[in-house]
Design a protein around this ligand. Structure first.
Ligand SMILES: *[C@@H]1O[C@H](CO)[C@@H](O)[C@H](O)[C@H]1NC(C)=O
Length: 381
């Protein structure tokens, strides 16, 4: 009896397995016929991955498959590709791209990235959200990035710059080499923490600061599981969202949400204001509670409450947009300056000249006058 039972069980398992495999293969075949059914040409997709197998295996950058196929099929106005099972139309014709980005933008405003939800509320920031929510938030947040606003934040950056200088001077005095990769990571994270989150992480003195560690984890998680989940959320956001699983560990989410929440509460309870990015988000949050009180019949078209989650999600945006980009810009510029001593000499001469004009102080205006140095940072020397 028990023998028969095990036997039946095994046969059943095998049958279920075979059907699962057949089903999966057919399912993918159906999904991968999306473009051919519409008469759109495209390179042949690979089972499970579509065209992004090398990206998922971390052998290629995100956009490499589209880039490669662009050169291969440049003569076609567009081609149909797949990110896992999701169809992606890759536009080659600049005129069509222009239509999509300008005239018909209303139909194409979603970036197709994971826009936050149960799996990661902090992902619901200006970069990822779309539609009406995006439009309203963009309108609200545009003033936070004007030159005038940036200038008010400059003193914070200046203070961190002098700490960074002390740190490097200290290394130099002790005859230690400066690891520029490490230096610019610390420097960028310190500014993000300070301007974006209103916290001092003291990364120069304390390399184990939790902000620094969690910040790194947010970008590049060490475990394969989280890397795979992130990749899946990035490349198949709709399917990912429907699964209702977490995109980042609750440890990271709670850490950043907790920091933002307690800083916001502290500032409100003690009537503290500070010229930073977080403050502008707090003002947006307060603004909407004010208008709500004053004006109950406010038009639904322009009104959407700006919640604590919105504040936290958009400080994360500050981190996402500002950290890696600033750190690598600094790293590459330092590398290029080391390779090109003549460029370095010319940049130094300019810095000294401008500083002399501003009594040795590197003010916001002084920095903007360093045209050549800015060219070096832009990689245009
Ligand atoms: C420099 O720092 C980076 C980032 O912390 C690290 O990965 C790298 O190994 C360091 N390089 C050297 C030569 O110590």
């Amino acid at each position: 009896m028990s023998f028969i039972f095990t036997h039946i069980f095994n046969v059943r398992t095998v049958i279920v397995l075979i059907f699962t495999i057949i089903y999966t293969v057919l399912w993918f075949r159906q999904k991968f016929s999306y473009w051919t059914r519409r008469g759109v040409f495209g390179p042949k997709p690979e089972f499970l991955f579509g065209h992004i197998k090398k990206v998922i295996k971390r052998k290629e950058q995100f956009f490499q498959p589209y880039y490669d196929n662009y050169f291969k099929y440049k003569h076609l106005p567009y081609i149909g590709m797949y990110s896992f099972h999701q169809p992606v139309l890759s536009i080659h014709d600049p005129d069509i791209a222009k239509l999509m980005l300008i005239k018909d933008f209303d139909y194409f405003q979603s970036r197709g990235t994971y826009a936050g939800g149960v799996g990661d509320p902090l992902a619901a920031n200006l970069f990822n959200i779309f539609g009406r929510r995006w439009k309203i938030l963009r309108l609200k947040m545009t003033p936070t990035f004007t030159p005038g606003k940036l200038k008010t934040m400059y003193p914070i950056v200046e203070e961190i710059a002098s700490k960074a200088l002390d740190y490097v001077d200290g290394l130099h005095k002790d005859d230690k080499t400066v690891n520029f990769s490490d230096f610019y990571s610390k420097y960028a994270m310190e500014i993000i923490g300070n301007v974006g989150f209103g916290v001092e992480c003291n990364g120069f003195k304390n390399p184990d600061s939790e902000f620094y560690i969690r910040g790194h984890e947010y970008f590049d998680h060490k475990s394969h599981y989280w890397r795979l989940i992130r990749a899946f959320a990035f490349f198949a956001p709709d399917t990912f969202d429907s699964l209702k699983i977490r995109r980042i560990s609750s440890k990271i989410e709670n850490f950043f949400y907790g920091i933002v929440k307690s800083t916001v509460q502290y500032r409100q309870e003690h009537s503290v204001t500070r010229n930073d990015f977080l403050q502008t988000l707090i003002e947006l949050k307060n603004e909407n509670s004010d208008t709500e009180k004053e004006n109950m019949e406010c038009t639904a078209a322009t009104h959407l409450p700006f919640t604590m989650t919105d504040v936290a999600a958009n400080t994360m945006l500050y981190m996402i947009a500002g950290y890696e980009t600033s750190a690598t810009t600094g790293q590459f510029a330092a590398y290029q300056l080391a390779l090109n001593p003549a460029v370095q000499a010319k940049a130094r001469e300019e810095v000294l000249g401008v500083l002399a004009k501003y009594n040795g102080e590197c003010t916001y205006e002084a920095q903007n006058e360093m045209g050549y140095l800015n060219m070096v940072l832009d990689g245009e020397f």
